[in-house]
Design a protein around this ligand. Structure first.
Ligand code: FES
Length: 163
């Protein structure tokens, strides 16, 4: 496992806080995902060892919670809000436009590795939906036109950084 030293320190300090090692599994998984971007099979085996459980137990937890990812994400992480206010203001209707403009399917990464698209629950901007976040940037009152522009901007920046 190729974790950063600070992540290992964090995990080592977490374990004694729990009466049983297995109870530390969730915070350890969060720390691993923060470090690696996702939780690989190798990471699940490592967490099983740390928590004195079996890899299948760790897999059960990872696959149960939607916020854990089993695959690496692209360079930019797109999250489209699907909670009530955004759903009522049309977020589901924009999904096709986002898929088309960013070139990736839901819960998948684009072929060029630039974008990963997922649904998210409320992004705390309910009065200005539909809303999506890309990495740490919030995009509000989305329309197909805006999505087209945002995708074009990201692609232009990506092309610039390659040049
Ligand atoms: S419902 Fe979408 S931001 Fe709250």
């Amino acid at each position: 496992m190729n974790l950063k030293p600070e992540t290992i320190t964090e995990i080592e300090s977490l374990i004694p806080k729990y009466p049983q090692k297995r109870s530390a599994m969730l915070p350890i998984l969060h720390a691993v995902q923060k470090d690696q971007g996702y939780i690989s099979k190798e990471a699940m085996e490592w967490v099983a060892e740390k928590t004195e459980t079996r890899p299948i137990d760790v897999y059960g937890v990872v696959s149960f919670y939607p916020f854990f990812r089993e695959h690496p994400i692209g360079k930019h992480y797109i999250r489209l809000c699907r909670t009530l206010s955004c759903a009522l203001s049309g977020s589901y209707n924009l999904l096709e436009a986002i898929k088309r403009e960013f070139g990736c399917d839901l819960n998948k990464t684009s072929d060029d590795g630039l974008f990963t698209l997922e649904f998210a629950e409320c992004l705390a901007s309910c009065g200005s939906g539909p809303v999506m976040m890309i990495d740490d940037d919030l995009y509000e009152r989305l329309t197909e036109e805006k999505i087209k522009q945002i995708a074009a901007d990201y692609r232009a920046r990506a092309a610039q950084s390659k040049a």
